[in-house]
Design a protein. Structure first.
Length: 394
């Protein structure tokens, strides 16, 4: 925990460890080899870590591209001084093209109509050089992307585009962490077939990229020309099937947690046995208790509905205070949460509580909470509210 963090305003914040972020990036580079490019995924406010703060660190570490979802996310980075190439992973909406040109962004193209819209807009703008773009191919997600059987139509349309340049071709895996299914291998096969058809037609596909976090950790055959780390950049491996694959991934790619979400204790209340705490008295004290009220609620990233308790039993929930477990009690409200500090006599108003992250030798990874809730790590990370200040620490 960073010592002595002080700032004006409500005492809830997220510490972003730049040393952990750099460690993870370097571990990824060692894993895939320095000859491969890195497209660092910073969409969703860098998985809740703060896109501007994270992107500045990654830019200094010379990542090759940054990946965002849309022009709004990209423009925030540009206006913050980030100059690295930025790929718009979900493409553009018709009418956004001037924003793409103005801010020097690289769009993904996911269908032929989008390609033609970009060409018309580029022609009207009289760009001095062709606009670079990446082609997204749908090999099995059945979301965005040109279908493999339609690649001929795409190539025919591209032949008429004088102001566009294909710089990369990519696809996205639906289940790269699942080794009980052959879906990833089938997607690999389909993608390879598309690349072969493109080259046979005289079209250079540019940089090929398909490896997401789990594929980087566990599927070397997918690494191609560039990889796209997302969750692993921030210290999180996927949940693998079979589970022993996770241990192998952790050994191959050791990571450090980048984010620690913290808040201070606002008040400590003495609650008598039988009294309720919070909405609907969902928690009723079974003994005379000391209850600490935290300056953080579900608008800050604490999910409202969770199993009660802490990590010392299956399904329990807690926070860390002085390196000890303090169970969360009652219903988390929008701005406040209550924890039982009866077993921590040293607890005082103003003490720092760790909601997610590390406190001394103990840690509460977001991934553990996500598994308890039956969701994914990025769901919880991206729910950390905008009002939570992100503070870079070493």
């Amino acid at each position: 925990m960073a010592k002595g963090i002080q700032f004006d305003g409500r005492p809830v914040w997220a510490e972003i460890s730049t040393s952990a972020l750099k460690h993870n990036l370097r571990a990824i580079r060692r894993r895939v080899g320095r000859g491969r490019k890195i497209l660092a995924i910073v969409k969703g406010n860098a998985y809740g870590h703060g896109a501007v703060e994270v992107s500045r660190v990654l830019e200094r570490e010379r990542v090759d591209l940054l990946g965002v979802t849309c022009t709004t996310e990209a423009i925030e980075l540009r206006e913050s001084g980030v100059r690295s190439p930025i790929l718009l992973l979900s493409g553009t909406w018709q009418g956004e093209e001037p924003r793409v040109f103005r801010h020097k962004l690289t769009p993904a193209v996911t269908n032929v109509a989008q390609l033609r819209n970009l060409e018309r807009a580029a022609s009207r703008a009289r760009l001095r050089r062709p606009l670079g773009f990446h082609l997204k191919v749908d090999t099995g997600m059945n979301r965005l992307g040109v279908m493999p059987e339609d690649i001929g139509k795409f190539l025919a349309a591209l032949a008429d585009c004088r102001r566009l340049k294909l710089e990369g071709t990519f696809t996205h895996f639906a289940s790269s962490e699942n080794f009980a299914s052959g879906q990833t291998e089938e997607q690999e096969r389909r993608f390879a077939t598309v690349l072969e058809r493109m080259r046979a037609a005289g079209c250079d596909p540019g940089m090929a990229h398909l490896a997401n976090s789990a594929a980087i950790a566990s599927r070397p055959s997918t690494w191609a020309d560039m990889v796209r780390p997302g969750a692993i950049l921030y210290g999180y491996h996927q949940n693998y099937d079979p589970p022993e694959k996770r241990l192998a991934a952790e050994q191959a790619l050791p990571l450090r947690l980048v984010l620690s979400l913290r808040a201070r204790i606002l008040m400590i209340r003495d609650v008598k046995r039988g009294e309720g705490v919070g909405y609907n008295a969902r928690f009723t004290a079974e003994r005379d208790s000391r209850i600490a009220i935290l300056a953080a609620g579900y608008a800050d990233g604490l999910v409202r509905h969770r199993h009660p308790g802490g990590p010392d039993a299956v399904g329990r929930r807690c926070v860390l205070l002085h390196g000890q477990c303090a169970p969360v009690v009652g219903i988390v409200s929008m701005d406040l949460a209550a924890v039982d500090v009866t077993g921590i006599p040293a607890a005082r108003v103003g003490d720092v509580v760790t909601i997610y992250g590390t406190d001394g030798k103990r840690s509460l990874p977001v991934s553990d909470a996500a598994r308890q809730m039956g969701t994914v790590t990025s769901d919880l990370l991206t729910s950390i509210g905008a009002r939570v200040r992100r503070i870079c620490v070493r």
